[in-house]
Design a protein around this ligand. Structure first.
Ligand SMILES: [Fe+2]
Ligand SMILES: [Fe+2]
Length: 216
């Protein structure tokens, strides 16, 4: 499904630019880097990651899951992922006025590290749970393709800027952040999401599991 392939490819870029944003924030705390690049990072996450990428997840993918595959939107993975979009947008709201300050604002690095760590966990959950499940589930409900759209001029400029920032502020390996696949690795699984099976599986799918277990 083309939209899902696009979302996956976009995750690859967003994930890397998130790493670059962390490098930038740490450099700024040390008095290094260029304060003006803060606004460029902000444009990338607002316009490319937010308006373009999260936008198509919300207005196309999540809509189709609810409308065509009868997946609940008010609980489980969709509610958790929508909550992530909103919470991460809230961190950007707090970061926006200070991200380009010179000298650096004391809380800018912590907010940047928090935002990007949440974004990484969000991408892991979508790549390992949401997108594979959509590829499997939507065609069973007759949905073989979903509409997408091109970047508009502002989003395309933000995307190009993100790639340039990635060269300028190379991400570093961060072994302290535990990343991984599946619901058990998703922070929402502990807080407000009961996991894919409980939220999305229908009676027939549970019966299939019972049959599978019974047959050994
Ligand atoms: Fe998302
Ligand atoms: Fe995403």
């Amino acid at each position: 499904m083309e939209l899902i392939d696009q979302l996956r490819a976009e995750h690859d870029l967003i994930e890397q630019v998130a790493g670059a944003f962390r490098t930038f924030a740490r450099q700024r705390t040390r008095g290094e880097g260029d304060a003006a690049d803060g606004a460029r990072f902000m444009a990338f996450f607002r316009l490319y990651a937010g308006r373009f990428h999260h936008g198509r997840e919300e207005d196309t993918l999540f809509v189709s899951l609810q409308r065509d595959a009868e997946i609940p939107g008010d609980r489980g993975p969709i509610a958790a992922l929508l909550g992530d979009h909103q919470r991460m947008g809230g961190i950007l709201d707090r970061l926006e006025p200070i991200v380009g300050s010179d000298p650096v604002a004391p809380e800018a690095e912590a907010l940047t590290l928090d935002y990007t760590e949440q974004l990484w966990h969000h991408i892991d959950a979508e790549n390992s749970v949401l997108l594979p499940e959509c590829e499997h589930r939507l065609p069973r409900h007759g949905v073989r393709e979903l509409p997408s759209r091109d970047l508009d001029a502002d989003e395309a400029a933000a995307c190009d800027d993100g790639r340039a920032l990635l060269e300028r502020y190379p991400p570093v390996h961060e072994p302290a952040i535990l990343r991984g696949d599946g619901c058990v690795m998703c922070p929402a699984f502990v807080d407000n999401c009961e996991g894919l099976e409980r939220a999305w599986w229908n009676e027939h799918e549970w019966d299939e599991l019972d049959d599978h277990l019974a047959s050994g």
